[in-house]
Design a binder for this molecule. Sequence first.
Ligand SMILES: [Fe+2]
Length: 240
Amino acid sequence: MGMMKEDVFYIRADRRRVLRSFLLGPGGLWVPGVMAEALTLTPRATEGPYYPDHLPLDQDNDLVQCTGREAAAMGTVASFGGRVLNADGKAMEGAVVELWQADNNGCYLHSKGVQRGKERDPMFQGFGKMETNQKGEYRFRTIMAGLYTGRTRHFHVAVVKDGKRLLTTQLFIEGEPQNERDGILKQMGTDEQRLSVIRPFEKVSGGDGALVATWDIVLGSTAEEPQERRGPAPRRPLER
Ligand SMILES: [Fe+2]
C-alpha cells in the first residue's frame, strides 16, 4: 500500500505532465485525449452527517466574518474558488455552490456537530453559498477546515442548479499528511479524480496573507444527482 499511496498523492502530477508532452502530436497539434484529460470529472463524495440542520442567517460566501458580529472566526484564513464547468468545458452560470465545513475546533454548524470536549466557534459562519457568474466563477473566503478524529482536513461542497442537487463532493488540501489515510478520499473515483480534489493552498504575493487555492468543479452529464448517488453511506458509524 505504501507505493500505492505515493503513486496517488505525489507522483501522478509529474507523470501527468509527461503524458501531456507525449500526447502532443506532430506539428504541435493536440491529439484527442488531451481535452478529455483536462476535464476530469469532479468525483462525488458522501455528504456526511453534518450538512447544517439549522442554517445561519448570514449565508454569503465569506464564512470568516458573519454579519452583525464584530470578531472574525478563529483559524487560518483560506480562500478558494474557480469555475463550475460542464463535461464539455462550458461554464455553468447560475449554479449555486454551497460550502459547509468544520470550524477551527473541528465543530460543524449542526446540532450534533460539536466534537467531544470542544466548543463551536460562534464567530464562524459554518455554511455559505455563492451563485456562479456568467463565466461560471465562484469563490469562498473561509478558514482552513478544522481537524477532527477520523478524517483529514476537508471542505464539503455541493452544487445546486434550479433547486436540484447536481453534485456532492469534498475538497482536500495538498500536503496534509492525513490525506493518505482518509477513508472517504480513498473512495473518490479514479487516481486522476482524486488528484483533482486535492489542491495546493498557498500564500500569494501582494495578498492579505490568506492561503489561496483554485479549484474548478467539473460536472458530468447526469442532470440530477439521485439521492442514492450522494456517495456511499458512511462505512464507519461516524463520517464526522
Ligand atoms: Fe466532514
